[in-house]
Write a protein that binds this ligand. Structure first.
Ligand code: RFL
Ligand code: PHB
Length: 411
């Protein structure tokens, strides 16, 4: 069987939010791109993940021309509650950051909106087309090899954007001796439940309790998303809806728990928690974007937002490189993206430490039983009872500014 040959300027691997957003922004600037996705569009839309978007992300979706539904249906949150047992502290995001807020709008919805915008522009996307190899990455004309319905394809391009998530092929295509991977795994996962019930509160509640962590989030005024932390060896099948609701009820502050409305789950899954960064994010003409290059535990709501800041940097640099015929500017991508990534990693790790019980975890060891707990509950107490502390939290929760890549923003 002969391999069919295709051409484009930017080959994008993965049609998660990173790949779709990058593709849309490039297309708006007249830059050709092709997206190749391993699974079906429906499968991508079945993955329930993030819910909180920073202003920078919202602005990019607007630039990409896919914000119509988000602007109508997204919920603007001016504050967030942190609870320690029964004591609730509201972090007034708007007041503490000089007017900033976050947007509550599901990753599934963003993905759907971006897919529709891409379809409306008739941009090429290959679903159920796993990428099997990348060739000539350090040449001027790299190639992405993939298969679709039994046919092999070779996509020639100028640049490759590896937007293929943590388990993708892109990161593995950087020779092991040229990359350094930094990692921390945590001894618990988040069990999440989605239900068509009104949220327990109009703002998110992050909760540290004697029984463990809980998060009360939402997707709309009638759809709730809740999480509790569970040991890593737990299977989702061992958690009935009733058992989940009972445990959540016990972890939420009493005042909120009294208002909890329960109902059948629409989706229930366990996600492991991990901090991970690959350095550098560039090899030749391949660039890692989003979860392909880094993972954060979801406690700070930063994963998708860091993917967006990677996209912002790469999109600006690619636009400049292609328009000015100056690929050298792309050398700045990795360092610019990594600076903001490490701030997101640090914030997510810090929030995870303050809100979960990490006694006995590597890196927190050495203090003796319960001592790490004592440090962390004191840390939480300090930050929640100081205006300066709350400001530090708010500034990072709404999102730090994007890095200056030294090229003009095409918007
Ligand atoms: P994705 O979404 O994983 O998409 C990668 C895509 O690449 C495809 N792929 C391939 N395609 C072709 N060939 C191959 N060989 C391929 N290998 C893989 C995959 O099929 C997939 O479609 O990565 P992307 O686009 O970088 O997006 C990252 C986000 O999904 C992620 O960071 C967030 O979901 C993290 N996250 C949160 N982030 C936030 O900013 N705010 C939140 O509130 C938030 N909550 C969460 C979260 C993640 C969670 N889980 C389940 C990990 C809550 C949870 C529970
Ligand atoms: C969610 O709504 O899924 C969500 C919100 C905030 C987080 C993590 C997940 O920190």
């Amino acid at each position: 069987m002969t391999t069919k040959r295709l051409n484009t300027q930017v080959a994008i691997i993965g049609s998660g939010p990173s790949g779709l957003l990058l593709g849309q922004l490039l297309a708006k600037q007249g830059i050709d791109n092709v997206i190749i996705e391993r699974v079906s569009a429906d499968y991508v839309l079945g993955r329930i993940r993030a819910g909180i978007l920073e202003q920078g992300f919202v602005d990019l979706v607007r630039q990409a021309g896919a914000a119509h539904r988000m602007d109508q249906e997204g919920l603007v949150h001016d504050g967030v509650i942190i609870a320690h047992n029964n004591q609730q502290t509201r972090i007034d995001l708007r007041k503490l950051t000089g007017g900033k807020s976050v947007m509550c709008y599901g990753q599934v919805e963003i993905t759907r909106d971006l897919m529709e915008a891409r379809q409306a522009m008739a941009l090429p996307t290959w679903y159920e087309a796993p990428v099997t190899n990348l060739a000539g990455i350090t040449s001027d004309n790299p190639k992405v090899l993939f298969s679709h319905q039994g046919q092999d394809y070779e996509l020639s391009c100028d640049y490759i954007a590896g937007c293929d998530g943590f388990h993708g092929i892109s990161r593995q295509s950087i020779p092991a001796e040229l990359r350094t991977e930094y990692e921390r795994v945590y001894p618990f996962g988040w069990l999440g439940l989605l239900s068509d019930t009104p949220p327990v509160n109009h703002e998110l509640i992050y909760c540290r309790s004697q029984r463990g962590f809980a998060l009360a989030s939402m997707r709309s005024h009638t759809r709730s998303r809740y999480y509790i932390d569970v040991p890593l060896d737990h299977k989702v099948e061992q958690w009935s809806d009733e058992a989940f609701w009972e445990e959540l009820h016990r972890r939420l502050p009493e005042e909120a728990a009294e208002r909890l409305v329960t109902g059948p789950s629409i989706e229930k899954s366990i996600a492991p928690l991990r901090s991970f960064v690959c350095e550098p994010l560039q090899y030749g003409r391949l660039f890692l974007v989003g979860d392909a290059g880094h993972i954060v535990p979801p406690t700070g709501a930063k994963g998708l937002n860091l993917a967006a800041s990677d996209v912002a940097a790469l999109y600006r640099l690619l636009n400049h490189a292609i328009r000015q015929n100056d690929p050298s500017c792309l050398q700045r991508y990795s360092a610019a993206a990594l600076r903001r990534i490490w701030h997101g990693e640090r914030f997510s790790w810090w929030m995870t430490n303050m809100l979960h019980n990490l006694d006995g975890v590597e890196g927190s060891a050495g203090e003796g039983a319960d001592t790490y707990q004592k440090f962390m509950t004191s840390e939480l107490d300090f930050y929640l009872n100081s205006e300066a502390g709350k400001t530090v939290l708010a500034e990072q929760y709404v999102g730090l500014p994007y890095e200056d890549c030294g090229v003009p923003d095409p918007a």
